[in-house]
Structures are given as structure tokens and as C-alpha cells.
Design a protein around this ligand. Structure first.
Ligand SMILES: Cc1cc2nc3c(=O)[nH]c(=O)nc-3n(C[C@H](O)[C@H](O)[C@H](O)COP(=O)(O)OP(=O)(O)OC[C@H]3O[C@@H](n4cnc5c(N)ncnc54)[C@H](O)[C@@H]3O)c2cc1C
Length: 411
């Protein structure tokens, strides 16, 4: 009997995990089903570009997975199922999915689940945000913002709330693309306060050159259709508000019996295996894994992609009876685009602490562009271009095995 692997979400981490498993395991021994609502890969790290009016290269999975193996659907050993996950039952080992364009529901059974549903924007419950603010963490959200910005006349006010990486990238991209708009950035701390001195100085220079008004040490407490209100009662005009204060994970894991954190992330061990359910792996934004210096990994591609490598390699090793390899997961830099012509690469320690070294200017913009291209290339080449051997499955975890029993069925 084939071992059924179901991967939920085809973002950076789910797509990498599925593609890597297809290259590690023999197609006669496993089925790999990748559930995603869209047939093409979304470069989430470029969604601020999409919102600002740029067109992103189409990346159909049928092309990206070409060469991973044989199989229906994607033609690559990975069966792409276009559907939306609505529930996971980790005790019955089933996933409920809904059709993308209708009410039809279906249940998928799995032997091993890889959970990679990522995250969405986090309105933090601030009044008016859900009704009036825009977001750039999903493609539909970025497209809505793009349409709204295109309809804005010269001199209109756009307020980006959030001074983290996404807020900086969104504000600078919009200001560069639309110099006729009045763009402001609201941040609860000082501008780029976690960056090195050189990084902060460069950021300030670019923001000033782009004419962005910065409101520092300011918390937004309400969003209305034409303004935002801050904690001290000030009103900042905002024809369009873009909310970027953080990401929130989907509530699906929390609604299951999986062990999750307060934020709803699945708690995993160093091989990305759920600490409560050994036949579930979780990667990317949806998982809480411990990184260097005992710190939780942050929601990012930078750590999410190695998490996916680790999960796929550990699962493949366990199924094929080989030694579980350890993938090094650490940080090197934070790459921030500041429009298309400017950028900032802030180098960091393995556990993501800022060091004094930073790259700035056009070189940094080019560096960031190469990182984005590399991330998309990495989805299509999930074993990093190194030829891999497809091993035969020697051990299978059966769906009905008693709790705690070691899986033994030969494939
Ligand atoms: C504008 C922007 C810029 C960023 N820049 C950077 C950067 O420079 N560097 C960096 O390291 N990180 C960056 N990030 C963060 C990075 O994009 C995320 O950490 C990364 O995408 C997480 O990968 P993931 O696979 O966990 O989730 P995602 O990439 O979000 O993928 C989740 C997938 O699950 C699918 N999905 C969601 N819900 C369902 C459902 N119910 N059913 C089926 N499928 C579903 C989604 O469609 C998607 O395909 C940026 C994020 C944004 C928004």
C-alpha cells in the first residue's frame, strides 16, 4: 500500500516540502498531495510590488514541479489539489477541504500530514481595521490595494501602519511608484530601531528622499474610512490605510487537538514534527520551532525554507529507514527592499541579532532582488539543484496503529 502524504499549503514552505519529498521518495511507494487554493505559486515576498502596480511573473506549479518525478495533476509526482482546507482531524488522520468555487466538501485521509498553511495579516482587533484597512500579506489583498491605489488622484493620503520589514517595503514601494501621493508611515517605535547605525541612517535618507512622512512612537488605535486615530487622539488623514503590524496564523490548527502556542502555531521538535502528533509535520509561519540560541524562529522565508528541507528530509529518512539528517537553520541577514532602486541588507547573527555591517543603495537592491529570485528558484529546485536519490520506503506508519506502537508495515 502506498504511504499517503498530504501537504497543506503551497507557499514557500509547503511547495518546497512537497517537491523535496518527491525527489527523495520512490513514486511507487508514496502519494504526495499538495492542497492549495491557487494553481500557481505566489511570491509572497513581492506582494508589496504587486500592490504598487508591478506585474509578477506567472509561476504555474505545473511548470515549477516539472522534473520532480512522475504523477498526475502537476505531472511531477506531486498531485496538486485545488481546494481550501477547512478543518484537520489529527486523531482520525483526515483533512476536510472545500472546493475553491463552490460549497462541495471532501475528506482526504493521510498517513503523514505536512501542515504549511502560512499566515495572514493581523488586524490586532484595532477598531475599524478589518473594515477599512488594506493588507499585502495575500495576493487577493495586494490586488485590492493595487486597484484602490490606481484609482487615487494626486495628493491623496496613504498611511502605512507598521514599521517592520513589510511596512518599510510597502511604504517605500508605494512612494516610489506614486510620487504624486502623500505617503506616511506610522510606527510604534523609532524608525528602524532594530537596525545598525549605518542601516538606520540609510533608511532615514531613503525615506526622506521619497518624501514619506514618518510618525514615530505612535500607536494607531482606530481606523476610519478617511483617517486613522492615534493613542494621543491625533487624527492622520488616510484615504487608504495599509495595515502591516504583523502576521496571524490560520485558526485551523488551534481548532484541532494539535499542541499549539498562544498564537496558534503548531509546536514542533527539531525535525519539524509535531510534539503532540508524530504523524504531523509543520513548517513555515504555521509552526513554532526553536532556532539558534534557543529562540523561536521568526515568521520568514529565511527560516521557513530550511524548516521545509528539514521536515522533508526527516520524514523521508524515517520512511526509508535511514538516519535523520539535521539541517542547519540560522539567519544571515535581513534583506529589505526600499523601492526598486534602493535597498538595505542588514547582516545579523545566527540568532537574528543585528551586527554593525550593512549593505546599502543599489547594490543592496540588487542583492534583495537576487534573494527573491533565489527563493522562487528554490521552490522549483527543492534539493538546491543537487541530484537526489529516490529511496524505497521500508517502513510505513499505518492509519490504525495503536497509540505508541512503532510502525512496521513494509511497503
Ligand atoms: C510583503 C511581504 C514581504 C515579505 N518579505 C520577506 C522577506 O524579504 N524575507 C523573508 O524571509 N520573509 C518575507 N516575508 C515573509 C514570508 O513571505 C513568509 O514568512 C513566508 O511566505 C512563509 O511561508 P509559508 O509557506 O509558511 O506561508 P505562505 O508563503 O503564506 O504560504 C501559505 C500557503 O498556504 C495556502 N493556504 C492558506 N490558507 C489555506 C487554506 N485554508 N487551504 C489551502 N491552502 C491555504 C496559501 O494560499 C499559500 O499558498 C514577507 C511577507 C510579506 C507579506
Amino acid at each position: 500500500m502506498q504511504h499517503s502524504i498530504v501537504v497543506l499549503g503551497a507557499g514557500y514552505t509547503g511547495a518546497v516540502a512537497a517537491g523535496r519529498l518527491a525527489r527523495r521518495l520512490h513514486s511507487e511507494d508514496v502519494t504526495i498531495t499538495l492542497v492549495n487554493p491557487e494553481p500557481d505559486f505566489v511570491e509572497r515576498v513581492r506582494l508589496h510590488q504587486l500592490a504598487a502596480g508591478q506585474d509578477l511573473a506567472p509561476r504555474p506549479f505545473s511548470e515549477m514541479f516539472a522534473g520532480a518525478g512522475t504523477g498526475a495533476g502537476t505531472g511531477a509526482g506531486v498531485e496538486l489539489k485545488l481546494a481550501r482546507v477547512t478543518a484537520v482531524d489529527v486523531d482520525r488522520k483526515t483533512v476536510t477541504v472545500a472546493a475553491v468555487d463552490g460549497p462541495a466538501r471532501e475528506e482526504l485521509a493521510y498517513d503523514t500530514l505536512v501542515y504549511a498553511l502560512g499566515s495572514g495579516w493581523n488586524d490586532e482587533g484595532v477598531p475599524g481595521t478589518a473594515d477599512h484597512a488594506h493588507e499585502v500579506s495575500s495576493r487577493p489583498g495586494a490586488l485590492r490595494l493595487r486597484e484602490r491605489l490606481a484609482a487615487l488622484g494626486a495628493g491623496r493620503a496613504v498611511v502605512v501602519v507598521g514599521g517592520g520589514l513589510t511596512g518599510l517595503e510597502a511604504a517605500t514601494e508605494i512612494a516610489e511608484a506614486r510620487p504624486d501621493l502623500d505617503v506616511a508611515l506610522v510606527t510604534s517605535g523609532a524608525l528602524g530601531d532594530w537596525l545598525s547605525e549605518r542601516g538606520r541612517a540609510h533608511l532615514r535618507k531613503v525615506v526622506d528622499e521619497l518624501g514619506i512622512t514618518v510618525h514615530e512612537d505612535t500607536a494607531v488605535t482606530a481606523v476610519r474610512a478617511d483617517c486613522v486615530t492615534t493613542a494621543d487622539g491625533t487624527t492622520i488623514p488616510a484615504e487608504v490605510t495599509v495595515w502591516t503590524t504583523g502576521f496571524a496564523v490560520h485558526p485551523i490548527a488551534r481548532a484541532s487537538t494539535l499542541e499549539v502556542t498562544d498564537r496558534g502555531q503548531i509546536v514542533v521538535d527539531s525535525t519539524m514534527r509535531s510534539v503532540s502528533h508524530p504523524d504531523v509535520y509543520a513548517v513555515g509561519d504555521a509552526a513554532m520551532a526553536i532556532g539558534p540560541a534557543g529562540k523561536p524562529l521568526r515568521m520568514s522565508c529565511a527560516s521557513g525554507v530550511p524548516m521545509a528541507w528539514q521536515a522533508a528530509d526527516a520524514l523521508a529518512a524515517r520512511l526509508t529507514g535511514t538516519k535523520v539528517p539535521r539541517v542547519t537553520i540560522r539567519y544571515f541577514q535581513q534583506c529589505i527592499s526600499l523601492g526598486r532602486k534602493e535597498g538595505l541588507v542588514q547582516f545579523v547573527t545566527a540568532d537574528d541579532r543585528t551586527v554593525s555591517r550593512a549593505l546599502t543603495g543599489r547594490v543592496a537592491a540588487l542583492y534583495k532582488e537576487l534573494i527573491c529570485r533565489g527563493a522562487a528558484w528554490g521552490v522549483a529546485n527543492p534539493t538546491a539543484g543537487i541530484p537526489s536519490r529516490r529511496r524505497r520506503v521500508v517502513r510505513q506508519e499505518t492509519r490504525s496503529r495503536p497509540e505508541g506502537a512503532e510502525a512496521t508495515a513494509a511497503a
